[in-house]
Design a protein around this ligand. Structure first.
Ligand code: SAH
Length: 256
């Protein structure tokens, strides 16, 4: 009696139904493989179209195709805390713990575009944070070096980048004010924390013909995103691009 019952349970639903459901699910996935592989792809497309490439609110919109492709590719939801995954593709900064933030997508894209990157470039980033900006850079260039001053955050992010397969990124914990002289000079340098002044060691580590973007200004006050170009003859040209708000660059060099 017992064995008859148990056979009845395991036989339900009938085998042909299971087969039909399996076939239907295969048909569903074959129709839209991209969607089934990454359900966030559509949200990234919308983010790029609406908030990054589009010109509105006085924005010109990011045009560099390589940057737009990178923004469509990097899974931003994997760089934000679990409880904020739903806000990952909104155009705003988000807290990532340790009093730090992941920058707004439009700002990430604009700063990346200003660097005028080439696939053969080697880039230095100061302020690894979540690793998102480093991942965006890694989609475009040959090699990315990134430095984070908060040890636990830096170590946690190194693991994340490894797990996601970003092996073009080399990360370390340290004070980025002094750059990373061992791998200098760099084709481009990006600082993602606001400095009171442009750190001279970073200018030094920039290649002639190279570009640097850095927010300059007092903490939590109006800061200017500066574009610095080092000409082939070594002269340095600075240009203010737009008003921004970043967490402060800390560390030894900023206390002078
Ligand atoms: N690029 C990051 C956002 C970084 S927020 C992202 O994509 O998520 C700025 C980061 O700069 C913070 O994590 C902060 O701890 C770090 N930082 C501040 N001063 C620094 C310094 N002197 N050297 C290296 N990192 C620094």
């Amino acid at each position: 009696m017992l064995s008859a019952n148990s056979r009845a349970v395991t036989d339900f639903p009938p085998r042909w139904t299971v087969f039909a459901v399996l076939l239907a699910s295969l048909a569903c996935c074959a129709a839209d493989p991209a969607e089934s592989q990454d359900p966030y792809q559509a949200r990234r497309e919308r983010m790029v179209e609406k908030d990054i490439a589009g010109s509105s609110w006085g924005r010109t919109g990011v045009k560099d195709e390589a940057v737009l492709r990178a923004m469509r590719t990097v899974p931003r939801h994997k760089f934000v805390p679990q409880n904020l995954v739903r806000a990952a593709y909104a155009d705003g900064p988000l807290p990532i713990g340790h009093g730090q933030t992941i920058s707004q997508p439009y700002i990430v894209a604009t700063m990346t575009e200003l660097l005028k990157l080439d696939p053969e470039d080697v880039v230095l980033e100061i302020g690894t944070g979540s690793g998102y900006q480093a991942a965006v850079l890694a989609e475009i260039v040959k090699k990315v070096f990134t430095i984070e001053i908060v040890k636990t955050l830096g170590e946690q992010t190194q693991k994340r980048l490894e797990k996601l397969g970003y092996d073009k990124v080399e990360a370390k914990v340290g004070d980025g004010y002094f750059g990373w002289p061992e791998h200098a000079p760099y084709d481009a340098i990006i600082v993602t924390a606001a400095a009171s002044h442009i750190p001279p060691p970073l200018i030094e580590q920039l290649k002639p013909g190279g570009r640097m973007v850095i927010p300059v200004g007092a903490p939590l006050q109006l800061q200017h995103l500066m574009l610095i170009e080092k000409r082939d003859d070594g002269t340095v040209v600075k240009r203010a691009i737009m008003a921004v708000r970043f967490v402060p660059l800390t560390g030894g060099g900023t206390k002078q």
